[in-house]
Write a protein that binds this ligand. Structure first.
Ligand SMILES: [Zn+2]
Length: 219
């Protein structure tokens, strides 16, 4: 049985699972978390802190334990000024492209704007929309552009299962985010919805992970 991949979690490593631990600050911790994602979340960026956050992020981004830059993106429901959100996002897209690592996207009610930002700077790196919980129209738009969708809590709540079914297996990831949830539970649910064995799903997501990470190494 291939190890499960948890593409986005704020919790600790679980044995037998490849968990991409998200670190939203103190990026030097990336040395202790393998694999991890590091990035500036739109909720936690301020005018005064931004330059320092970005410098620190750039210092650690190329480290081998860092799988992706993120979670970063745009959020229409948060207090952070929109122009600052965009600036922070643009800088992180550019950084990810400089070091050729994937982007892990946090997006709330701003899918069109996120895509515009990515296209504006001609981003070439893999893009993973984490915690995807939208309907099939948004799902299809992102899938057509070659982006990856990562599902978690919404599956357990039986929300937008049609989006999961519409997602090509080669563009799929699963996650727990900050929920009190085992990744195994998410795999089991996805396997039922997709009508495929958990083992086959595990093999597929393992392949996706290796492709995005551009590695052939066993994980
Ligand atoms: Zn998260």
């Amino acid at each position: 049985m291939r190890k499960f991949i948890n593409i986005h979690t704020h919790n600790k490593q679980t044995e037998g699972v490849v968990s991409v631990i998200n670190l939203g600050d103190n990026y030097n911790r990336c040395l202790d978390f393998n694999p991890c994602s590091i990035g500036i979340h739109p909720w936690f960026v301020t005018d005064t802190s931004f330059k320092g956050q970005l410098d620190e992020l750039a210092n650690y981004a190329a480290h081998e334990t860092v799988f992706a830059i993120g979670e970063c993106g745009l959020d229409k429901r948060c207090e952070t000024e929109w122009l600052l959100q965009e600036k922070a996002f643009f800088e992180q897209i550019k950084l990810a492209n400089r070091i050729d690592k994937p982007l892990l996207i946090h997006c709330v009610k701003a899918f069109g704007e996120v895509v515009q930002c990515l296209q504006k700077v001609n981003s070439k790196v893999p893009v993973i929309f984490h915690g995807f919980n939208r309907g099939i129209t948004v799902a299809r738009t992102l899938i057509e552009k070659g982006y990856y969708l990562s599902f978690g809590r919404s599956l357990i709540r039986d929300q937008h299962l049609e989006s999961l079914k519409a997602c090509p297996l080669t563009q799929l990831f699963l996650e727990t985010d900050d929920a009190e949830l085992e990744i195994e539970t998410v795999y089991n649910k996805a396997s039922v919805v997709l009508g495929m064995p958990v083992e086959a799903l595990a093999v597929q997501l393992h392949e996706n992970y290796a492709r995005v990470k551009k590695t052939k190494f066993n994980i």
